[in-house]
Every structure is written in structure tokens, then in C-alpha cells.
Design a protein around this ligand. Structure first.
Ligand code: MN
Length: 233
């Protein structure tokens, strides 16, 4: 089928130790999934059903990148997160079957324009402009679940310029990976290539040009990125 102009390349992420890459289809993110972070955002943690927001697939950016400080914000925040990479299609998946749909895991960062998020929240508007901007979905190399298993517990930590800002255990998630995948799959048919950002622990905070962030999760490859100058192009 001809196109009126060449389609953009498929966004993708490295897979640990392999030359073949993980093709990214969609990016889903869970909001408020660690109680201490819910409290620091001024909300009450409870087991209200998890909610999701999305980022464009081409917002994905890999470890080692320098990310220009994005437009429209003066309060760019880091959010260290475990990323579950979906490898098998499914709809209305039972929780006990959910992990069979996960190809692997990566350390991620859900970059957030916090000032725009608070404005949207107060006005009852969508979060898109706070969350779904260019290069907002930082994702480290994916480790295959077939090799490392499923990291349902273990340390998740974010270091900013060498000092620890976020630290928690994956077991503290309000909604676990099998629960998230099962619930997500009741709303949309999940597909190979979908990435699921599973929420951030407490300790989110601002980034400025020159900052270097590292996210480490037990058993996964570390994710490192830097923030560059604000650009006007
Ligand atoms: Mn997040």
C-alpha cells in the first residue's frame, strides 16, 4: 500500500543482550500506585480501582539520552517506575494468567510537567499535556521475563546527581503487575509492544538542565539520562 509520504519509523527499545529490538505500540501508565506517593500528591491512598493515562509510542527515549528541558513547564519532575513490556495479545485476562502476557521488564521514568498536571487536576481537565509530551517516556533495556522471572518485589531507586531521591520496594505497589495487566485488559485489548508504566514511589521532585538521573531496580539494567537545556525548536 502506498503512503502519501514515508511513515515514521516504529519506536523501539533495546532488549538486553540482543540485537533485535522491542517494537513499541502504545504506552499505558498507572497513576497513584504507591501509598506514600499518593499522600505526597495530597490524596488518600485506598484500593479504589487503578486509573490509567497514556503517552504516544514515539515519546519513548532510551537510556543514555540527554533530554532537552521540555516546553510549557517550570516544574519538570522525575518518576522512577517499573515498566512491564507486553508480549502477547489478550482481552479480559484473568489475574492468574496475566504474567503469561508480559514479555519482560525495564527500569523507566515517567517524566511529568507537574505544574501542568496540578493545573489540569484543579480544572478537571485531561492530564495529556502534563504527561504525554515528546520524549517523556524514558525506558531502559528490557530484560526477558523468561530469563529473569517477574520482579514482584525488590528495590526500586532513583538517584539524582548521585543522591537518592526515591527508594521503595516493588512489593509496596498498591496494584501488582498481574492485577494491573488484568484490569487494563478489561478496558482495552492489550497487544504485543504495549509498555505499562506501573507507578512511582514517593520522593518525586524537580529536574533542571544539567541533572543526571539513574533509576535502578533489582535484577534489571540501570536507566540513566540527563536533562539538557530548554530548546525553542
Ligand atoms: Mn507515573
Amino acid at each position: 500500500m502506498p503512503f502519501v509520504f514515508p511513515p515514521q519509523p516504529v519506536p523501539s527499545v533495546a532488549v538486553h543482550g540482543e540485537s533485535a529490538r522491542f517494537p513499541v505500540r502504545r504506552i499505558f501508565c498507572v497513576g497513584r500506585n504507591y501509598a506514600a506517593h499518593v499522600r505526597e500528591m495530597g490524596k488518600d491512598p485506598d484500593r479504589e480501582a487503578p486509573f490509567f493515562f497514556t503517552k504516544p509510542a514515539d515519546a519513548v527515549v532510551e537510556s543514555g539520552a540527554t533530554i532537552a528541558y521540555p516546553p510549557l513547564t517550570n516544574n519538570l519532575h522525575h518518576e522512577a517506575e517499573l515498566v512491564a513490556a507486553i508480549g502477547r495479545e489478550g482481552f479480559a485476562i484473568a489475574e492468574e494468567d496475566a504474567l503469561e502476557h508480559v514479555f519482560g521488564y525495564a527500569a523507566g521514568n515517567d517524566l511529568t510537567r507537574r505544574d501542568l498536571q496540578f493545573e489540569a487536576r484543579e480544572a478537571g481537565r485531561p492530564w495529556d499535556w502534563a504527561k504525554a509530551f515528546d520524549r517523556s517516556a524514558v525506558c531502559g533495556p528490557i530484560r526477558r521475563a523468561a530469563e529473569i522471572g517477574h520482579p514482584l518485589s525488590g528495590r526500586i531507586r532513583l538517584d539524582l546527581n548521585g543522591s537518592t531521591r526515591q527508594e521503595a520496594d516493588l512489593a509496596e505497589m498498591i496494584w501488582s503487575v498481574p492485577e494491573i495487566v488484568s484490569i487494563l485488559s478489561r478496558s482495552v485489548r492489550i497487544m504485543p509492544g504495549d509498555l505499562v508504566y506501573t507507578g512511582t514511589p514517593a520522593g518525586v521532585g524537580p529536574l533542571v538542565p544539567g541533572d543526571v538521573c539513574t533509576v535502578t531496580i533489582d535484577g534489571l539494567d540501570p536507566l540513566t539520562f540527563a536533562i539538557g537545556e530548554r530548546t525553542n525548536s
